[in-house]
Design a protein around this ligand. Structure first.
Ligand code: SF4
Length: 338
């Protein structure tokens, strides 16, 4: 730890920054952006409110002395932001790990340019292989085939291994889990299953719709011989399980049944420059105003450090019917990128 690196009130460092580059998306996944709340009448952020690439670079540069190791570009759907490869080029020059989370629908068109610009990792959200279930989980007519082709494009561009994130919602897509494992086994694609979470205030989450990772694992072990694998980093959210014959692995992300707040080193920035210290935060800190008032370099680092040092978030560890149902506002996932 260098002299500038800071820890929050629970001793956690700031290592990962998830940066939303747009609040827009071409999907309407009910667990994130239900159409009844994000329909034709929904007012998205005006584009002039977006952090410019220059401002994003300033924030990343200012966070590196604090211990930042990884930036993940998210949305909404980040590939809807024009010229994203230019931002990737800027950030890749900063020698940090650079990842992207996308719904994959625009990946065929962009993978090669993103890889050439310096992107190192891509995660694709895909909740089903069957089109009817995919439609139920994403409320889009873009077929699974397009997403699979996007994954192929990422592999062709050298962005291997590719991670696929699948949110499991009881009664909707739990039957797709084994199909996804079968489909990607023996490839450079790792499927991670995410417990459905009470993010935001619009997805109507209930505990009953959550398939606990332990139950899902037991179901999958009915077909696959899976053995536990060691974590790559203490702060990794996915618990890894590998096929005993070495033909690949899966991951389980269990924010509800096995919270991981103790090792949470992540902060998030919305497209309009608000800094959030937790996915379940009620409010954020306006970095854009700071930057537009001249903050840069050391004083921007100091401002971010001051926010982080006051952090004590551990929502998932404290989650209960009460916390989930409380009247406190909660940031929408589509606004801060999950
Ligand atoms: S609930 Fe908040 S503190 Fe806990 S792991 Fe998620 S983002 Fe981190």
């Amino acid at each position: 730890m260098t002299s500038e690196q800071v820890t929050d009130r629970l001793g956690r460092q700031l290592k990962d920054l998830r940066i939303s580059v747009t609040d827009r998306c071409n999907f309407r996944c009910p667990y994130c952006m239900p159409r009844e709340r994000f329909g034709e009448e929904h007012t998205f952020l005006p584009r002039r409110a977006f952090l410019s690439f220059d401002e994003i670079e300033k924030v990343v540069r200012a966070s590196i002395p604090l211990g930042l190791e990884k930036v993940r570009l998210t949305g909404g759907e980040p590939l809807l932001r024009p010229d994203l490869a230019d931002l990737v080029k800027r950030l890749s020059d900063l020698e940090i790990e650079l990842a992207l989370t996308t719904n994959g629908s625009l990946l065929r068109r962009n993978a090669a340019a993103l890889a050439a610009a310096g992107l190192t990792r891509v995660t694709v959200s895909l909740d089903a292989l069957d089109d009817d279930v995919h439609r139920a989980m994403s409320d889009t007519d873009i077929p699974v085939e397009t997403i699979l082709d996007g994954i192929d494009a990422a592999l062709e561009a050298g962005l291997a291994p590719v991670k696929v994130n699948c949110v499991i919602r009881r009664g909707v897509n739990e039957e797709q889990a084994a199909k996804l494992v079968r489909h990607f086994r023996g490839t450079d694609v790792t499927v991670r299953f995410i417990e459905y979470m009470d993010v935001g205030r619009t997805n109507g989450w209930t505990l009953g719709e959550v398939v606990a990772s332990g139950d899902l694992l037991e179901h999958l072990r009915g077909e696959f011989d899976l053995i536990p694998l060691a974590a790559e980093r203490a702060s990794d959210v996915a618990v890894r399980w590998g096929h005993s014959d070495g033909s690949g692995e899966i991951g389980l992300i269990s924010s509800v049944s096995a919270p991981f707040c103790g090792d949470c080193v992540r902060a998030r920035i919305s497209a309009d420059g608000r800094f959030f210290t937790c996915l379940f935060a009620s409010g954020g800190h306006d970095l854009r105003a700071l930057i537009q008032n001249g903050a840069n370099g050391g004083n921007l680092t100091a401002a971010i450090a001051a926010i982080w040092e006051r952090r004590a978030d551990r929502y998932s560890e404290l989650r209960s019917e009460e916390t989930s149902a409380s009247a406190l506002p909660r940031i929408e996932m589509s606004y801060i990128g999950g």
